[in-house]
Design a protein around this ligand. Structure first.
Ligand code: NAI
Ligand code: A1CAB
Length: 271
């Protein structure tokens, strides 16, 4: 089945469903008409329809399962039990992909009457084709289901298969990570404004600096520390700033933040 004939469903039409659907349509060759999203809230469905013109929506979760080849479970982890209760049957042709933080594969197979389940942790940059996704599947999943998942996720960015025990770490790092980077960009922009730059220029410079630095790490394969050293001239400006960040515990704060997010993911899985 080519992507153009693939029917993709979303249970939960919130932020993440929107970002993924947009990515699939813009870069994955999925036709908007092949997308069906369900949500109990008409406003959520309205926003989804406005963002993906031509798509279909419903308040019936079972209809999404019945009419899709791949269904993304995009409800909050706390709502997964309720969503599962609304589904009585899963046809053998349907592949389920859960993107809920923390909900484990054993839990998912307990909640949903199928073994064709993949647990994915995407992130919102899939909206612009720059996602960083980790995923893991049940041990008896067919290779074609892995291929299908990989292909779909890759259309939105990078997709890496990892052992399930590492998915909470992926959640803390790349799932939640964009929020930490937006905070960094906002802070850098504030600093620019404090130094007299107009806000629009400061934000553009901050975001492009983050994007450029990330691209340098990915494109050169060099250690981030080595790249940092190349910016840091002896007795220069950068080391003066690096000193301040080290004194403020910048690295420790980032490690603590990602660890806290990963711990919260594990906690959500216990509910
Ligand atoms: N927002 C993000 O950056 C990321 C979110 N995720 C995961 O994606 C999932 C969705 O998160 P968001 O999109 O941020 O949340 P959201 O709150 O924007 O969307 C969830 C949607 O599910 C709907 N919903 C609630 N109960 C439902 C039910 N029984 N049946 C169908 N729909 C129902 C809600 O009305 C809402 O529109 C969560 O499990 C989260 O862990 C994963 C990676 C990144
Ligand atoms: O904050 C959350 O719980 C979700 C999961 C990863 C990113 N956002």
């Amino acid at each position: 089945m080519t992507n153009s004939s693939l029917r993709v469903g979303f249970i939960g039409a919130g932020q993440m469903a929107l970002a993924m659907a947009r990515g699939f349509v813009d870069r994955g060759g999925i036709a908007p008409q092949s997308i069906l999203a369900s949500d109990p809230y008409p406003e959520a469905l309205q926003r989804f329809e406005q963002s993906i013109p031509g798509c279909n929506t419903t308040d019936d979760n079972q209809a999404v399962i019945d009419e899709s080849d791949v269904v993304i479970l995009a409800v909050k982890p706390q709502m997964m039990h309720e969503a599962a209760e609304s589904i009585s049957d899963i046809p053998s042709g349907c592949l389920l992909i859960s993107i809920a933080a923390g909900i484990t594969l054993p839990k998912l197979t307990e909640l949903f009457p199928t073994t064709r389940i993949v647990r994915v942790m995407p992130n919102t940059p899939c909206l612009v084709g720059m996602a960083a996704c980790g995923y893991s599947a049940t041990s008896d999943i067919a290779p074609e289901d892995i291929e299908r998942t990989q292909q779909l996720l890759e259309s939105t960015g990078v997709a890496l298969q990892v052992p399930e025990k590492l998915l909470d770490a992926v959640t803390g790092l790349s799932g939640s990570g964009p929020a930490f980077i937006y905070m960094l960009i906002e802070a850098m922009s504030d600093a620019g404004v404090r130094q007299g730059l107009p806000r629009n220029i400061a934000t553009q410079l901050a975001a492009q600096t983050v994007k450029g630095a990330a691209e340098m790490v990915l494109a050169t394969g060099e250690h981030p520390g080595a790249l940092k050293d190349k910016v840091t001239s002896p007795g220069g400006t950068t080391i003066a700033g690096v000193h301040v960040l080290e004194k403020a515990g910048f690295r420790g704060a980032m490690i603590d933040a990602i660890s806290a997010a990963a711990a919260r993911s594990r906690e959500l899985g216990l509910d």
